[in-house]
Design a protein around this ligand. Structure first.
Ligand code: GLY
Ligand code: MN
Ligand code: MN
Length: 434
């Protein structure tokens, strides 16, 4: 991502904030795994979006119109010994040279410097509640100024939620962002293809999961979320991530896995037969889910609202389940009663971006949000029929099917970013037969 893109975002944000304001945003922190070992560090998405800076222990400050520089980055100082052990740091010079900060100070000095930056502003834009310790620090600085108000210091009078404008910006993807999302989609597509080709009865779920680790890392990407590789009954567990069981002849395998590239996610699910051939019952259910997904994708276009694709999927699934007698009654009534929720208990998608379940409002007031060009969402209907489901013939048991693609709203309709990955049963069988 070019430096100019981050600068453009900061300028846009500052324009919306207006004069007399200050935005303060903390980076993510390292999280300890055990003793002196940390989990791999992942930068806070909002922080990454505005700075491109991927170190922990940093704080971004934006002060629109400030004469001595609008963008200040607090970060770790350079420290040869620490860097020998734990890796390079940008330091204050790097923050200015490489990340376009107008000024940069050591994070240790923040307590001394921040009250001075807050003083004289009217409104503080921040994200309350994400890092409670940081919130406490911020309140402490404001109280510090308040204590001196008799000496003439101007106390900021309001906290404003930064989420509102920042997350609306993040909802609309730029050309640069879409480039990365397309790349993430392409890598994830190859990984799913590898998995389909490799899958055999007797393999373990983790062996298939390893294909994703390999393909993602080989391409310089990483998992956008823990992969779900669920054979048979495990395909009916929505967030199954143990991935440790053997794959049986005759079962389906549901894989929900996507990578992120420079933070930008992809999110794909395919469900295919472990032995390379769908059984008639599996095909019946698969056809319903696929028809639901196709109908939902058709509803992705500017001017439609967020819930239109979901409604379309629900209609197709309810009708389909009625035809094969898994639901009984009048489809319109069944939809009203949400009878489909016995087999389809999640929603048809979510925004996609720097977070896999990306930020952005789904409603404006009490109305569903209208889809607009530049938004990216997933379309992922499914049907899940665990064994011993009440009143369900055993031929349907342990069929869990989800089909998920990533869809960009365009000016005229939509573009499926993950279209290259096969999803018709015949095409999947052909690929697996290789
Ligand atoms: N991979 C998480 C989801 O599909 O929402
Ligand atoms: Mn998803
Ligand atoms: Mn998914």
């Amino acid at each position: 991502m070019k430096k100019t893109e981050f600068k453009r975002r900061r300028s846009q944000l500052m324009k919306m904030m207006g004069k007399g304001t200050i935005a303060i945003l903390a980076s993510a922190s390292q999280v300890t795994r055990n003793r002196d070992v940390d989990f791999p560090f992942r930068q806070d998405s909002d922080f990454l979006y505005l700075t491109g800076f991927s170190e922990p222990d940093a704080v971004m400050v934006l002060i629109p119109g400030r004469k001595h520089g609008e963008y200040i980055l607090f970060c770790r100082e350079k420290d040869p010994e620490q860097e020998t052990w734990h890796g390079r740091r940008a330091g204050q010079e790097g923050a200015v040279e490489d990340y376009d900060a107008d000024d940069s100070f050591p994070i240790e000095d923040m307590d001394d410097i921040l009250p001075g930056l807050l003083e004289g502003t009217d409104a503080i834009f921040n994200i309350m509640g994400r890092y409670p310790e940081f919130d406490q620090q911020l309140i402490g600085w404001v109280n510090h100024i308040k204590a001196q108000s008799r000496a003439g210091l101007h106390v900021p009078s309001e906290f404003v939620s930064l989420d509102y404008i920042l997350h609306d910006m993040r909802l609309f993807k730029s050309r640069e962002e879409l480039k990365l999302m397309r790349k993430a989609a392409t890598i994830s597509v190859s990984a799913h293809e590898r998995a389909m080709k490799l899958c055999r009865p007797g393999h373990y779920e983790f062996q298939i999961a390893a294909e994703f680790d390999h393909e993602f890392r080989q391409c310089g990407a990483q998992h956008a979320y823990p992969a779900i590789v669920g054979g048979g009954a495990n395909g009916c567990i929505l967030h199954y991530t143990e991935n440790n069981e053997v794959l049986n002849d005759g079962d389906l395998l549901l894989i929900d896995s996507g990578c992120e590239v420079q933070g930008y996610a992809s999110d794909i699910t395919r469900t295919f037969p472990v032995n390379g051939k769908y059984s008639p019952a599996q095909r019946d259910i698969y056809h319903i889910v696929l028809a639901a997904q196709v109908a939902a994708i058709k509803k992705v276009r500017p001017g439609n609202h967020w819930n239109d694709p979901h409604n379309a999927a629900v209609r197709v699934i309810t009708r389909g389940l009625t035809e094969i007698k898994l639901l009984k009654g009048n489809p319109t009534r069944l939809i009203k009663e949400q009878a489909y929720r016995k087999f389809y208990m999640h929603r048809t998608g979510h925004w996609l971006g720097l977070d896999v379940h990306d930020v952005g409002d789904y409603k404006v007031g009490d109305q569903w949000r209208l889809l607009e060009s530049g938004m990216v969402l997933t379309i992922e209907p499914g049907i899940y029929i665990p064994a011993h489901s009440k009143g369900v013939h055993r031929k349907w048991w342990d069929i869990g099917i989800r089909i998920e693609d990533d869809v960009l709203v365009t000016n005229t309709g939509c573009e499926v970013l993950t279209e290259a990955l096969v999803k018709k049963p015949d095409d999947i069988e052909a690929l697996m037969a290789g």
